[in-house]
Design a protein around this ligand. Structure first.
Ligand code: ACM
Ligand code: ZN
Length: 330
């Protein structure tokens, strides 16, 4: 529901998150999609008219879920036995929000580091409160136990230079900026605990010390020991390795056969550890997807293969047969 490219859920306490951070001028990806729509004569690459608005001569692209929308989605899903888990990504991937509330960052402006956007400043108490305020509203909207706080891909250069961050490191007797990230996750975890919620974070939360009881979502296939480490500490894990389970990647990167053959649980786990993977997930970063029609084109039939793996080995064959029938049908 949040990322560098846009903020997508109404937060009543901070209205600029949607008034301002929910909209952007076209980026390279948007322009690429519009070019493809023309070149391939494929309207699925067009940005929907209802997601465009003209402000002071600029065309802006965006949109967001109102709290009413969220309630409707959550209840529609609940009637069908589905729980919805929201993610609000922090302390990195937060630059859309920082554009509207620059004081959240170390140097009061949205900027870009070597690889990722500059994160929020965990050295400022007000920033931590801002994040908790957001989750107060999110917890209210999403009744399910699990809530995702992101914590991936944090560029820590500003934290090295920031007096507030360095003060926090000294006061909390932390070793370095990695431990500062863990401190921030632990603070959020305390807040989640107080509100009866279970915290999920991307596998980066292992670095700098994994907070006890946090659930780890493994996405970096190249972080080979993530599942081993997390489960050896008794943490639950959700398996979403990007070598297979990123459905915004093109299909030839994760074709069906590769998905059907894949066992996402890494080898070498003890019987106790084997109880801790609680499921699989396919990530589909919809900011890469220009239109609603493009979404099923990317995710089906790969979702069927994911489901087959998520169930049991003996259901794989049935699912494959189903998939072939589906193809014949079309
Ligand atoms: C991620 O794809 N950065 C979780
Ligand atoms: Zn700072």
């Amino acid at each position: 529901l949040s990322d560098d490219q846009g903020w997508r859920v109404e937060i009543k306490k901070y209205p600029l998150l949607t008034e301002k951070s929910g909209w952007r001028k076209f980026n390279n990806h948007d322009r690429g999609c519009l070019n493809l729509a023309k070149k391939e004569n494929n309207p699925d690459y067009l940005l929907p008219q209802k997601r465009l608005k003209v402000v002071e001569g600029d065309t802006l692209y965006g949109g967001f879920y109102t709290q009413e929308d969220v309630r409707e989605i959550v209840s529609y899903a609940a009637e069908r036995g589905i729980d919805v888990i929201p993610e609000i990504d922090m302390p990195g991937h937060f630059s859309a929000a920082i554009l509207a509330y620059p004081e959240l960052s170390c140097f009061n402006k949205a900027s870009w580091g070597h690889t990722f956007s500059a994160p929020i400043c965990p050295g400022k108490d007000k920033t931590v409160e801002f994040c908790q305020d957001i989750f107060t509203e999110i917890f209210e909207l999403f009744p399910y136990q699990y809530v995702h706080m992101g914590a991936d891909e944090v560029e820590k250069d500003n934290w090295i230079k920031c007096p507030n961050c360095q003060k926090r490191i000294r006061q909390e007797k932390l070793k370095d900026e990695k431990e500062l990230q863990s401190w921030f996750v632990r603070e959020m975890k305390k807040f989640f605990d107080q509100n009866g919620k279970k915290l999920i974070g991307w596998d980066e939360i292992i670095e700098g010390g994994l907070p006890e009881g946090a659930t780890v979502m493994w996405w970096r296939t190249w972080s080979r020991n993530a599942v081993q480490t997390a489960t050896s500490k008794g943490s639950e894990v959700i398996l979403a390795p990007n070598s297979h389970y990123y459905f915004d990647y093109q299909q030839d990167y994760s074709p069906l056969q590769k998905l059907y053959e894949f066992n996402p649980v890494p080898e070498g786990l003890s019987p106790e550890q084997k109880k801790l993977p609680i499921g699989v997930q396919a990530n589909h970063w919809a900011d890469w997807i220009p239109s609603f029609h493009r979404l099923p084109f990317m995710s089906v039939p790969r979702l069927l293969a994911l489901s087959a793996v998520a169930w049991r080995q003996d259901s794989v064959r049935r699912c494959e047969a189903f998939y072939h029938r589906l193809i014949l049908h079309f």
